[in-house]
Design a protein around this ligand. Structure first.
Ligand code: RFL
Ligand code: PHB
Length: 391
């Protein structure tokens, strides 16, 4: 089999890229290791920045997001019983939309399938070959057979544990990372969410109240890195959430049936450069932000917009200049976003390693944010996402 761009992974990065390329008249094949049901059922992100919203709209895929998504105009940060309210439209003129990542993924998959363009599930990529030649190849397993896809370019959109990044010779890539010794225990509950997206830094640790609809809350608690989600009975989860949200009277947070639980280890990670020969890495395959700040999915979209622009330019003009700039272009945004999420993580979590001095400094920064519009604007500007620069 042959195509122009071989895309590994049907997460947000691979799926958005397939649509952006198809719109530009460029052929691609998406290979996904898992089943359609598995990919559509994976609960993750929820906050879409204006740039991601516009990208879905431009692809003609924004209708359900506008019908079912929830416009979010503000977020709260609580500490020591105080509340910082960031009014996003007032501070930035922009809003975000809360719409589950798996809903975005469902919309992208349905449209790709309807267009008749190739998207192969249960196709696990095992090896990449000739990345530095003219005709790179992808080997994968499908229907019990080993198959080969020959391409002009390969897009490695296979997430943090994929095979693409590992296919780059070690002396051609540098990695930067920081692993945290805590995790987020996330649940979905059938209960009315509280009014605003609310982050809290309490003496008992971090918590976050978000939502997926007016009937479903998405709730997170900071827990130990190796915590077993089964150790958290529903009662224990609610007790801890009320306490961390300063809702001891249990008058604010509505409890409901918890029907999904997951644990996300926290890490900051960047691999550089994001390309090697004819392989281009995008999304979680090449960078990970800690989830505070909700940047991962949005960064994946920013990467593949740049990649689609560079590939389109190549086929139109025969020139590689934009492809050659891909990594440098994306990494500017990536470092800012990873820096922002890392800073927010530092501001909001309880660090087992903190001395009382460091804990007081953390609370002092929150106090400053409480009283300073300039500090609030700086957070809000990054939270809604920086504008896209042309590649
Ligand atoms: P994905 O989504 O991991 O998709 C990669 C795909 O590649 C497939 N794959 C392979 N396919 C073929 N052959 C192989 N050998 C393969 N190996 C892997 C996988 O099966 C998978 O389908 O990466 P992508 O596309 O780069 O998308 C990144 C986002 O998923 C991620 O950044 C976000 O979910 C992060 N994130 C959030 N991002 C936001 O923008 N806003 C948020 O509110 C937000 N909240 C979150 C989050 C991530 C979380 N967790 C679970 C880490 C909240 C949480 C709790
Ligand atoms: C979510 O709704 O899943 C969510 C919201 C805000 C974050 C991270 C995740 O910072």
């Amino acid at each position: 089999m042959r195509t122009q761009v071989g895309i590994i992974g049907a997460g947000p990065a691979g799926l958005f890229l397939s649509h952006l390329l198809h719109r530009a008249g460029i052929d691609c094949v998406v290979l996904e290791a898992r089943s359609r049901a598995y990919v559509e059922g994976r609960v993750r992100a929820g906050v879409l920045e204006p740039g991601t919203i516009e990208t879905l709209e431009a692809l003609g895929l924004g209708d359900r997001m506008h019908r079912e998504g929830m416009i979010d105009e503000g977020l709260d940060m609580r500490f020591r019983g105080k509340n910082i309210h960031l009014d996003l439209p007032e501070l930035t003129g922009k809003r975000v939309i809360i719409y589950g990542q798996q809903e975005v993924v469902k919309d992208l998959i349905a449209a790709r399938v309807a267009s008749g363009q190739p998207l192969v599930f249960d196709a696990k990529v095992t090896e990449l070959a000739d990345l530095d030649g003219e005709r790179p190849r992808i080997r994968y397993l499908h229907d019990g057979e080993e198959k080969t896809l020959e391409c002009d370019f390969i897009a490695g959109c296979d997430g943090f544990h994929g095979v693409s990044r590992a296919a780059v010779p070690q002396d051609k890539i540098t990695t930067y990372d920081r692993v945290y010794d805590f995790a987020w225990l996330g649940v979905l509950s059938r209960s009315r969410p509280i009014a605003d997206m609310t982050y809290t830094n309490s003496d008992r640790g971090f918590a976050l109240c978000s939502r997926r609809s007016m009937q479903v809350s998405r709730l997170y608690l900071q827990v130990g890195a190796d915590e077993d989600p089964d150790n958290w009975s529903d009662a224990r989860f609610w007790d801890e959430l009320h306490a961390r949200m300063f809702d001891e009277g249990r008058t604010e947070i509505v409890e409901g049936e918890i029907f999904q639980r997951d644990l996300a280890r926290l890490r900051s990670f960047i691999a550089s450069p994001m390309q090697y020969g004819r392989l281009f890495l995008a999304g979680d395959a090449v960078h990970i932000t800690p989830p505070a700040g909700a940047k991962g999915l949005n960064l994946a979209v920013a990467d593949v917009r740049a990649l689609a622009g560079a590939v389109t330019h190549f086929y139109k003009s025969g020139r590689r200049d934009k492809l050659d700039r891909y990594s440098e272009h994306c990494l500017k945004r990536v470092w800012k976003a990873v820096g922002f999420s890392t800073r927010l993580t530092g501001l909001l979590h309880k660090f087992p390693s903190h001395t009382p001095f460091e804990r007081e400094l953390q609370l002092t920064e929150l106090e400053h944010l409480h009283g300073s519009r300039a500090a609030q604007t700086a957070i809000a500007e990054q939270y809604v996402g920086l504008p896209f620069e042309p590649i």
